[in-house]
Design a protein around this ligand. Structure first.
Ligand code: NAP
Length: 280
């Protein structure tokens, strides 16, 4: 397949480009300088010129706290962007796959959210991502909207991605022990995104690694165990202790119900995925 990947310098985009290249796809990986997805004209021109079979949108304004004071930029990337790409994909007959977030839920439910549950986004980042879901589906009803959460991977700069380096460097870290989510390895997510890009599935699907989910503290402890480092290097804290600008869901565990019903295998358990990440 000929696959156009946006946000090419990002963590998930790198994993997607690597996975697709290893599957012998022709990959056109465009960073923000090569394609600003918030510009309708650029998107139409570049997608039209490349005529991909599929577009996997990994570009987004991902600074959850920064979005609270940068609403316009967050809307441009997270709402205008998917709408522009979906319209361009439809015009050239490409399959459009875009990534959304577990943060579309308010987190007041302690179980696993399925695709049947109603989003109630809390902060600006979450609202812009949900808006992007709705607009992509409106522009191209064949779009696939992939909600994932707690993603970590090689080259990632978010907390989960950097824990191994911090612990290996002998740092003492704090990790939230009262927020719950479903950790997802970017390498496994990339495989699923590629499969969805080649499928005739449309609409919202949840994609995470399998298992019961965890807290940030739980993931950090697991990483310490994998590295043979004492868990005492990690201090559990409460989400409230951080006093961050953006509200976040207390529990945003996702169930991958729809893909199971469609006959997809589960992605590996999150502990298995974490072990592969830490050992690589
Ligand atoms: N990481 C998580 O835990 C998590 C959880 C749930 C969902 N997601 C979603 O997963 C997707 C990938 O996230 P990630 O973790 O890979 O994020 P990331 O590492 O921050 O990468 C996002 C990339 O998008 C680029 N970008 C921002 N605005 C753009 C624009 N207008 N046009 C083109 N590119 C633009 C960024 O470029 P600059 O560096 O130049 O800004 C960055 O390279 C996003 O949709 C995110 O919302 C992530």
């Amino acid at each position: 397949m000929k696959i156009l990947v946006t946000g090419a310098n990002g963590m998930v985009a790198r994993a997607v480009a690597e996975y697709c290249r290893s599957s012998n796809d022709e990959v056109i990986a465009l960073d923000r300088r090569s394609l600003d997805i918030s510009s309708r004209n650029s998107v139409v021109e570049i997608v039209g010129r490349n005529t991909p079979d599929a577009i996997i949108n990994c570009a987004a304004f991902t600074d959850v706290d920064g979005a609270e004071s940068n609403e316009i930029a967050a809307y441009a990337a997270n709402s205008e962007g998917p709408a522009n790409l979906a319209a361009a994909a439809k015009a050239c007959g490409a399959k459009f796959v875009t990534i959304s977030t577990d943060y579309v839920f308010d987190g007041t439910f302690d179980g696993f959210y399925t695709e049947d549950d109603t989003p109630a986004p809390l902060g600006v980042y979450a609202k812009t991502k949900y808006d992007g879901e709705l607009r992509a589906a409106r522009e191209d009803p064949d779009s696939v909207i992939v909600r994932s959460g707690w993603i970590y991977g090689h080259g990632g700069t978010n907390f989960l991605s950097v824990i191994p380096e911090l612990l290996k460097a002998g740092k003492y870290i704090t990790a939230i022990s009262d927020s719950f989510g479903t950790p997802t390895f970017a390498g496994d997510l990339a495989r699923r995104l590629r499969e969805l890009a080649a499928s005739d599935i449309r609409g919202v699907v949840h994609v995470t690694n399998a298992g019961e989910g965890s807290t940030y503290y739980g993931v950090a402890c697991e990483i310490a165990d994998l590295l043979g480092i004492e868990r005492s290097c990690i201090t559990p804290i409460s989400d409230a202790d951080l006093k961050r600008p953006a509200p976040r869901p207390h529990s945003s565990k996702l169930a991958t119900k729809r893909l199971a019903e469609l006959g997809f295998d589960e992605l590996p358990d999150w502990r298995d995925a974490l072990a592969r990440f830490v050992k690589a």
